[in-house]
Design a protein around this ligand. Structure first.
Ligand SMILES: [Zn+2]
Length: 258
């Protein structure tokens, strides 16, 4: 009997939005959802905790969906909570399925075995990244943009005043173009490079595996989640980012409504 499996009543892990969109750009949202498989619900953190940044990137899916619509771009979105398995972590990251996240215990991760982790990887992580690879295969040379959000303050940590971070390690071309465009369109927006995180093999999966190995233009966008906690905030940041990304990701050639 498998250690972990989704059953027929659980939603599939991956949602692909606009799979045939023509723009040579793939959007990803690894922490977009906070769904739980039904069999874990009885050992989950409290609902209020499942609504916080420990369970998902608050607001990120709404911005990613808005970007997919405005840019006519494909989006690969993960439905399950990062607490079940973090789809932007490599297999042996210590926080792949954390027993405690930002001070909050996660009971369904309290006693996980390696076969448990393998089974979650197979059921949730692997199909997400197979879908990302498929979308990139269909758009040779296309860019990859990952959409995330961060909490203004971790428990016991210093405030994080930046409004958005553009994370990149190997090729800063797209991140720098985006930063310049945002500085021109929203000088108040405090957009910085490689804060509050950096791309690292130990803590990242999508950018190293899909973008760096293929040599694709890429950036991981982190938006402070209090800025995208309302529909008005989502609309503002979606518009700012779409206008900044469009010229750098093939804006001249893609006008259809896929
Ligand atoms: Zn994230």
């Amino acid at each position: 009997m498998p250690a972990f499996a989704l059953d027929a009543a659980d939603p599939p892990p991956v949602e692909i939005v606009r799979p045939r969109a023509p723009r040579p750009l793939v959007l990803t949202c690894e922490h977009g959802g906070n769904a739980l498989p039904a069999h874990l619900a009885g050992r989950a953190p409290a609902p209020a905790d499942m609504a916080r940044h420990i369970a998902w990137d608050v607001g990120a899916a709404a911005v990613a969906r808005g970007l997919a619509a405005r840019l006519q771009a494909a989006l690969c979105l993960q439905r399950y909570s990062r607490l079940v398995i973090d789809c932007n972590r490599p297999r042996h990251a210590p926080d792949l399925a954390p027993a405690v996240s930002d001070g909050t215990p996660v009971p369904f991760n309290a006693t996980l075995s390696e076969p448990d982790l393998d089974a979650r990887w197979t059921a949730i992580h692997a199909p997400f990244h197979a879908a990302v690879a498929g979308l990139l295969d269909a758009r040779p040379g296309g860019a990859l943009v990952a959409v995330h959000s961060f909490t203004p303050r971790l428990r016991g940590g210093p405030p994080r005043p930046m409004m958005a971070g553009l994370l990149v390690r190997q090729d800063p071309t797209l991140a720098e173009a985006l930063q310049r465009a945002l500085a021109a369109s929203a000088p108040d927006a405090a957009v910085v490079l490689n804060q509050p995180y950096a791309i690292e093999d130990a803590s990242d999966y999508t950018i190293p595996v899909h973008a760096e190995r293929r040599g694709l233009p890429h950036v991981l966008i982190e938006i402070r989640n209090d800025l995208i906690a309302t529909p008005a905030g989502v609309a503002r940041w979606t518009a700012l980012l779409a206008d900044a990304l469009a010229p750098a990701t093939g804006d001249h050639a893609w006008t259809s409504t896929a």
